[in-house]
Design a protein around this ligand. Structure first.
Ligand code: SF4
Length: 307
């Protein structure tokens, strides 16, 4: 039912006279493969333009997969280079660490020379009056657990004992991905992309598959798909995925070695084996984040299990 509902909705949205020019963001990942299949089946009047953003850290397997998709669907996928690729953004603003939320708040606190103190919010806000939400995160005062530092067990204790020695930021996502899409959207009235609520994280707070923004609308055709729905769709429609999944055994694609990946150590092994030209590069770009994450994990293990 979810698949049928989503398909009917996609057909009516894509063929609505309200939208003349539609931008479909392709990532080369598994969700995006399903979105492309849905769009290509529904796009009666060829209103869709397919675009892929090169963040500067894209797997060769993803690039090869785009070539395959073009042949399979008889489409052209525009390749657009990010205005500020990930390596440049990391150098300028800081490296991603642990999660988008944690990186965003650490970034704001670092900008205000926060000293990673274990003090109550009322005291801290007087000294850092521009850091309200970041201090709410630090002091675990948000209702939503994922917006508190305690969502990453022992992280606060670790950071108090080991103040973070490098610049942290999630700005690369903004600079390398969102800004590029934002610029491209100027000529379009609908943006379609593959996000599923079941993936969790920040996505779980998006209320529905459709939203209206300033000057354009956004539509997420697989938003309500569970993992099983996705698998059933892929099996039924014979969807092909990139080698990142089928050969490398990765569970996600996107930027090679992103420190947000829970299993970045496994990803590093994969990169060394299959895409060695990236191995040295990502170990340079994300070095501090990897090192600090490893230290934090060691600390958390000690606290949890005494090892
Ligand atoms: S996925 Fe990771 S490395 Fe890529 S832009 Fe986002 S935070 Fe940066």
């Amino acid at each position: 039912m979810t698949i049928a509902d989503a398909f009917v909705k996609a057909y009516s949205v894509i063929n609505s006279p309200k939208y003349e020019k539609i931008l479909v963001s392709i990532s080369g990942g598994a969700d995006s493969d399903v979105v492309l299949d849905i769009c290509s089946r529904c796009d009666r009047d060829q209103k869709c333009t397919y675009v892929w953003i090169d963040t500067g850290l894209e797997y060769q397997a993803t690039k090869n997969h785009l070539d395959d998709l073009e042949k399979i669907y008889g489409i052209k996928i525009l390749r657009v280079r990010a205005k500020m690729p990930v390596p440049v953004s990391c150098k300028k603003y800081g490296q991603p660490f642990i999660s988008k939320t944690a990186s965003e708040y650490i970034y704001r606190l670092q900008l205000n020379n926060f000293e990673w103190e274990d003090k109550p919010y009322d005291e801290l806000i007087k000294r850092y009056p521009n850091c309200k939400s970041a201090l709410m995160w630090w002091c675990n005062l948000n209702k939503a657990a994922r917006l508190n530092i305690s969502y990453n067990k022992w992280l606060k204790e670790f950071m108090i004992l080991n103040p973070i020695p490098f610049k942290v930021s999630n700005m690369c996502c903004q600079k390398a991905k969102k800004d590029a899409v934002h610029d491209l959207l100027k000529g379009y009235d609908l943006n379609i992309y593959g996000v599923r609520k079941a993936e969790g994280g920040a996505r779980s707070s998006i209320p529905s598959c459709f939203s209206v923004k300033d000057g354009y609308s956004e539509y997420r055709p697989v938003f309500w798909y569970s993992n099983l729905d996705k698998k059933e769709y892929c099996d039924a429609c014979d969807i092909c995925h990139s080698d990142c999944y089928t050969e490398y055994g990765l569970k996600r694609t996107g930027c090679c070695g992103c420190p947000f990946g829970r299993d970045f150590e496994y990803e590093l092994k994969v990169v060394r084996k299959y895409e060695p030209k990236f191995y040295k590069a990502i170990n340079n770009i994300f070095k501090d984040s990897y090192d600090y994450t490893r230290k934090y994990r060691e600390f958390a293990n000690k606290m949890n299990y005494g090892i």
